[in-house]
Design a protein around this ligand. Structure first.
Ligand code: BEZ
Length: 213
């Protein structure tokens, strides 16, 4: 296991999943990706998380994001659990769940934190861009279910800042004003941001979201 940092290439792997064997990079293709881990099958918080992700499929599709979950239980266990998730969360799980019984992927991605639990994965999230670069890493404890609205918000920010010379301020959400990148000189702003800008301080310049109507 080596440390994975933002900007690194997401390590590739081949693994068994509920939708067949996955080669991570091939499976991603030209999409953005989310790889997220779960402590264990048949646990309450994980059940609500996977149901929530299934219901957000349209939101992930709109953003060209493919989602894959992981836990260290086996395929038969995953398949039985999926039936429970579908039943209790009123949805249909529509993404693969990796069966990482040998901990190959969880160790590659440092998803087991022994001082929290030496057998189960924590709630890790990795967002990967179409160049297979790691763009976001978040780690939650087992007892806290993730906020998938926040994950969509960060993906909106990542996609915006990948294609425009802006950053996004605190609590930004799609449609709000953005921060002009510090690398842009004020004299160049009118050409780059025809919607205009406000200079609050020379280092703090705001502009309407470049790609919003
Ligand atoms: C859960 O998913 O509900 C859970 C898993 C491990 C520890 C605590 C909660």
């Amino acid at each position: 296991m080596s440390t994975i940092r933002l900007g690194d290439e997401a390590p590739n792997f081949t693994a068994k999943s509920t939708e067949g064997e996955i080669n991570f990079h091939e499976w991603l293709g030209d999409s953005w990706g989310i790889l997220f881990s779960h402590p264990a099958d048949y646990t309450p918080v994980c059940t609500t998380e996977l149901g929530t992700v299934a219901k957000y499929k349209d939101e992930f599709d709109k953003r060209n994001v493919k989602v894959v979950a992981l836990s260290v239980d086996g395929l038969d266990s995953h398949k039985g659990w999926v039936l429970d998730i579908n039943e209790t969360q009123n949805t249909t799980v529509n993404f693969p769940i990796i069966a990482d019984e040998d901990h190959k992927v969880s160790e590659l991605y440092d998803m087991i934190h022994p001082n929290a639990n030496n057998k189960l994965t924590v709630r890790s999230v990795f967002v990967v861009d179409p160049d297979k670069k790691v763009k976001l890493i978040i780690t939650y404890p087992a007892s806290t279910g993730r906020n998938f609205d926040e994950l969509l918000r960060v993906i909106d920010s990542l996609q915006l800042t990948a294609y425009h010379k802006v950053a996004t301020p605190a609590n930004w959400k799609s449609g709000d004003d953005c921060v002009v990148s510090p690398s842009i000189e004020s004299k160049d702003i009118p050409d780059i941001f025809p919607k205009g800008y406000t200079e609050i301080k020379p280092y703090l310049r705001m502009t309407p979201q470049p790609d919003s109507k």
